[in-house]
Design a protein. Sequence first.
Length: 129
Amino acid sequence: MEKSDKKTILVVDDNQDAAYTTGMFLELQGYNVHTRYSGQGALEAVKALHPDLVILDLAMPVMDGYQTATQLRASYGATLPLIALSGYGQQEDKRMSSQAGFNAHMVKPVDFMALIELLKSFLSNQPAN
């Protein structure tokens, strides 16, 4: 990818090691990546950075991923792709993530190749921000 074609992805997880690992993998794939460690940090980063896509953990203290997604949808509508990346993988968890506005739900530990395919499906026709 040329520098101007790089898509920006925001990775949000209260587990800093998980956010770092996911972010590093995505950087190696050619994405411009920013990490945050809270729901409030995600809201502030989306406002400041205008990412092309957000990957959110669900189980975060204070403001969880469901609440964060709901607020992002209220502020930015359906144009910003949101991917839930969580240890929560039951049908009810997936239903709740869809209801909160997530476009996709992946379960940890993440299958990085499946994540890349999912990112491509959301970002391939989208101009970089």
